[in-house]
Write a protein that binds this ligand. Structure first.
Ligand code: IPM
Ligand code: MN
Length: 377
């Protein structure tokens, strides 16, 4: 517990990132009213647009702040035409760079459908899933697999002949993320919506890939330590259809990095779309939280995008800080925020365009801030 408060480094980044992060600051401000907020926020520039202006992805002091902060809140990075000399995404330092550099090995993506949230398929709002059957968390390995910088091209006479990405699965990488998933399942109170069972599903392609066989063996070894949690297995291809058909079977899901990247976007559809999907990049000593929708250049500057993913990212951050520092104040603030979010969603008074409404980004932030205030502390 830190009496002086926790330092939070904010990286708004590109496109709609600054717009949603501003709303994140707004709800943090509402939580802090009337008492000393146990956090200090500092904002740093960086990302693809910054790179286009300055030739640097961020400044050395921003990087140092990310390393020393108690937590990081990221808007989004990526901008059309902004790429580094080697072809990489300009701004990668802020997302992939921090995942690697701070060893944020678990990417935690809750997928819950809140009452009042609509999900859209083929342009119409459907009710195929209900809040009663969507409440799971996908834990994605976040530091290795196809994302390890072990790649390159083979060129002959200035022409690319071969492009290679190497998939690396290590014992340490697999073991710690699987253990993270089991610990999470142990501490989640509800279990899978279908039967209330605590269950960790290992998603892989171990019928074909060696790395996946190793990942599954590691899962089996760790699972022995958690006899009260049900073991469950799915090949990733089959998993995509089971997730859509029977999301209520799932409690915690663990996957390797690239497969986890893909299945979490699919899962976002079940929770109302990318506008509601948040992620925590969690390591032992550091963590970074973000809405996972990206910079959405098309909507930048329009005050239109859905800021709820950012509110959920803030909630995740407060919970993590509270647990990490054994500080119950943060957990209480996370609960207040979640109640305010859930209340506004249920009332349907802050529907942005993706939800068929006309509420603006800042309007949705106002609604949630008001809900925090009106409930009091
Ligand atoms: C995500 C994103 C990133 C990833 C991109 C922006 C590099 O898609 O967080 O899921 O691939 O991990
Ligand atoms: Mn992704």
């Amino acid at each position: 517990m830190k009496d002086a408060g926790y330092s939070v480094a904010l990286f708004p980044g590109d496109g709609t990132g600054p717009e949603v992060l501003r709303e994140g600051e707004k709800v943090l401000g509402a939580l802090a009213e009337g008492g000393a907020a146990p956090w200090r926020l500092t904002t740093y520039p960086g990302g693809g647009q910054y790179y286009l202006r300055t030739g640097r992805e961020w400044e050395p002091e921003a990087e140092a702040a990310a390393r020393s902060a108690d937590a990081i809140l990221l808007g989004a990075v990526g901008w059309p035409g902004a790429s580094l000399a080697n072809g990489d995404l300009a701004g990668r330092a802020l997302v992939l760079g921090l995942r690697e550099g701070l060893d944020l090995y678990a990417n935690v993506r809750p997928c819950r459908l809140y009452p009042g949230v609509r999900h859209r398929i083929s342009g119409t709002y459907s009710e195929v899933w209900s809040p009663r059957n969507v409440d799971l968390v996908i834990v994605r390995e976040n530091t290795e697999d196809l994302y390890t910088p072990a790649r390159g091209r083979l060129t002959r006479a200035h022409e690319t002949e071969v492009a290679i990405d190497t998939r690396i699965i290590t014992r340490k990488g697999a073991e710690r993320v699987v253990r993270f998933a089991f610990e999470l399942a142990r501490h989640r109170d509800r279990g899978a919506p279908a039967d209330g069972r605590k269950r960790v599903t290992c998603v892989d392609k171990s019928n074909v890939l060696e790395g996946c066989r190793f990942f599954r063996e590691t899962y089996d070894r760790v699972a022995i330590e958690y006899p009260e949690i049900e073991r469950d297995y799915a090949y990733v291809d089959a998993f995509t259809q089971w997730l859509v058909r029977n999301p209520e079977r799932y409690d915690v899901v663990v996957a390797t990095n690239m497969m986890g990247d893909i299945i979490t976007d699919l899962a976002a559809v079940l929770q109302g779309g990318m506008g509601f999907a948040s992620g925590g990049n969690v390591g032992t000593d550091h963590a970074m939280f973000e809405p996972v929708h990206g910079s959405a250049p098309k909507y930048a500057g329009k005050n239109q995008v859905n800021p709820f993913a950012t509110f959920f990212a803030v909630e995740q951050m407060l919970r993590w800080l509270g647990e990490r520092h054994h500080d119950p104040r943060l957990g209480r603030q996370a609960d207040r925020l979640e109640r305010a979010i859930a209340g506004v969603l249920a009332a349907g008074t802050a529907r942005t365009y993706d939800q068929g409404g006309t509420t603006t980004t800042s309007g949705a932030g106002d609604r949630v801030a008001e809900a925090i205030r009106s409930e009091g502390r």
